[in-house]
Design a protein around this ligand. Structure first.
Ligand SMILES: *[C@@H]1O[C@H](CO)[C@@H](O)[C@H](O)[C@H]1NC(C)=O
Ligand SMILES: *[C@@H]1O[C@H](CO)[C@@H](O)[C@H](O)[C@H]1NC(C)=O
Ligand SMILES: *[C@@H]1O[C@H](CO)[C@@H](O)[C@H](O)[C@H]1NC(C)=O
Ligand SMILES: *[C@@H]1O[C@H](CO)[C@@H](O)[C@H](O)[C@H]1NC(C)=O
Ligand SMILES: *[C@@H]1O[C@H](CO)[C@@H](O)[C@H](O)[C@H]1NC(C)=O
Length: 368
C-alpha cells in the first residue's frame, strides 16, 4: 500500500516532468506576431547588461574575461555570467533582435532606442542604502522618466497618444531584492519571524512606491522576478563548515517573495489596468534541484569560476581557472547563475505553469 502510493507519487512526478519538458520543447523560439513595442529593464546584477562598466572602479564589474566566454564573440559585456542572461533569452523570444542596451551606453546625441532600455546596475537594491556607488532603483526610475520624456519630445501632439499607447503595451521588467536581503542577513535572529517582518516590510513599501511611480508614468505590464534560494548560493554555503544551505536566509527570501506576490496582487486590484507576471524563482529553484539531470545539470553546488574551497571562497577574476562543462553547472561564479540556468528559468517564466509563473506566464501576459 505504502509502496504503491510511493510509486504512484514518483510516477506522477515523472509524468508531470515529461509533460512539462514536452510542453517547453514544443514552444516556439520566437513568439508570433509580437505586439511588444519595448522592454524596460530595472534591477541588479541578474539583469545588468553593462551599465556598471560606466561607473567608478569600486562598483562591481564583470567586463573582463572569463566573464562572457560563451557570449557571441567571447565578449565580456559586463554581464555577470558566462553568456546570456534570462532577460536576453526573453527579449529574443519576444521578437527583439537583442536585449535592450545599457542606459549609460546611450549617447545624448543618439536617438533613444525604440525597443527599450536597460537601467539595471549590479549591486543595487530596492532600498537606496543598498550597495555603494551603484545606480539605485530610484535613480533607475528617474533615468526611465528622462527616456520617456525624450520619446515624447518633439513629436506632434497626436503622436503623444501613440507614445503612451506604446508605453502601456511595453514590458517593465524587474529583477531586484536579493542585495537588500543580503544586506540584512547578518541581523537575522534564527526562528524569529518578527525580525523577518521588520526587514521585509520597508523593502516592500519602497518597491510599492517604485512600481506605482512607473504606473503613474504609463507602465501597465509588469514582469517581476522573485528572489530564489539565496541561502544555497556558493558564496553563502561556503560560510558553513559542511557547505549546507543557510536556512535562515532561504526563509527570509521566501517571506520576501511571498510579500512581493501579495504586493503585486494588491496593485492589480487597486490600479486600473495594472497587469503582471511574477516568476517564482524560489519554487523554480526547488523544482530544478529536485530534477537536476532532467534539466541537464550535474553540478548544483560548486561555482564554475572561482577559487578556494569548492570554488566558492573567492570571486571569479581575470586569472581564475574555470570549468569546461559550463552547461552542467547551476552557478557560474560564487553568486551568479550560468547561462544554462538562466535559459531554463527564462523558458519556465515564458511558458511554464501558473504555480511557477503567477498568475499568468510571460507569454500570456504579452498576448493579453
Ligand atoms: C565586444 O563588443 C564591443 C561592442 O560590440 C566591441 O567594441 C568590443 O571590441 C568587443 N570586445 C571583444 C573582446 O570582442
Ligand atoms: C493602451 O492604450 C491604448 C490607447 O489608449 C488602448 O487601446 C489599449 O487598450 C491600452 N493597452 C493596455 C494594455 O492598457
Ligand atoms: C525577535 O525580534 C524582535 C524584533 O527584532 C525582537 O524585538 C525580539 O526580542 C526578538 N525575539 C527573540 C525571542 O529573540
Ligand atoms: C509562502 O507561500 C507559500 C505558498 O505560495 C506557502 O506555502 C508558505 O507557507 C508561505 N510562507 C510564508 C512565510 O508566508
Ligand atoms: C590573480 O590576480 C589577483 C589580482 O588581480 C592576484 O591578487 C592573485 O594573486 C592572482 N592569482 C594568481 C593565481 O595568479
Amino acid at each position: 500500500m505504502k509502496q504503491t502510493s510511493f510509486l504512484k507519487n514518483k510516477m506522477n512526478k515523472v509524468l508531470f516532468f515529461l509533460l512539462l519538458c514536452h510542453h517547453l520543447l514544443l514552444q516556439p523560439e520566437v513568439l508570433s506576431a509580437a505586439t511588444l513595442p519595448a522592454i524596460y529593464v530595472f534591477g541588479d546584477s541578474t539583469v545588468d547588461v553593462g551599465n556598471n562598466n560606466y561607473l567608478p572602479d569600486d562598483a562591481p564589474k564583470a567586463n573582463f574575461p572569463p566573464y562572457g566566454i560563451d557570449y557571441q564573440g567571447q565578449n565580456s559585456t559586463g554581464r555577470f555570467c558566462n553568456g546570456f542572461l534570462g532577460v536576453d533569452f526573453i527579449a529574443k523570444t519576444m521578437g527583439l533582435a537583442a536585449s535592450p542596451p545599457p542606459f549609460l551606453s546611450l549617447s545624448k546625441a543618439k536617438q533613444t532606442p525604440r525597443r527599450g532600455v536597460n537601467f539595471a546596475s549590479a549591486g543595487s537594491g530596492i532600498l537606496p542604502t543598498t550597495g555603494n556607488d551603484v545606480i539605485a532603483m530610484s535613480t533607475q526610475i528617474r533615468d526611465f522618466e528622462g527616456v520617456a520624456a525624450d520619446l515624447t519630445l518633439g513629436t506632434r501632439t497626436n503622436n503623444k497618444k501613440r507614445v503612451s499607447a506604446s508605453l502601456n503595451e511595453s514590458l517593465f521588467f524587474f529583477s531586484v531584492g536579493s542585495n537588500d536581503l543580503f544586506a540584512f542577513a547578518a541581523t537575522l535572529i534564527p526562528g524569529n519571524d518578527t525580525r523577518v517582518d521588520e526587514i521585509v516590510t520597508p523593502i516592500i513599501d519602497e518597491f510599492k512606491n517604485q512600481l506605482k511611480m512607473l504606473y503613474g508614468m504609463g507602465a501597465r505590464k509588469f514582469a517581476v522576478a522573485g528572489t530564489g534560494l539565496l541561502g544555497c548560493i556558493p558564496a553563502i554555503r561556503v560560510l558553513d563548515p559542511s557547505y549546507e544551505c543557510n536556512v535562515d536566509l532561504n526563509d527570509l527570501s521566501m517571506h520576501f517573495k511571498n510579500a512581493t506576490e501579495a504586493l503585486l496582487e494588491d496593485l492589480r486590484i487597486s490600479l486600473h489596468g495594472f497587469e503582471y507576471s511574477f516568476a517564482d524563482a524560489y519554487e523554480m529553484s526547488i523544482r530544478i534541484d529536485a530534477d537536476l539531470q532532467e534539466y541537464g545539470f550535474t553540478e548544483p553546488r560548486v561555482a564554475c569560476c572561482g577559487s578556494g574551497r569548492r570554488n566558492a571562497e573567492d570571486q571569479c577574476l581575470r586569472n581564475t581557472t574555470y570549468c569546461r562543462n559550463r552547461n552542467q553547472y547551476l552557478f557560474w561564479d560564487i553568486n551568479h547563475p550560468t547561462q544554462a540556468l538562466y535559459k531554463v528559468i527564462a523558458r519556465l517564466w515564458l511558458f511554464g505553469p501558473p504555480e511557477l509563473a503567477y498568475p499568468v506566464n510571460l507569454q500570456r501576459l504579452l498576448q493579453s
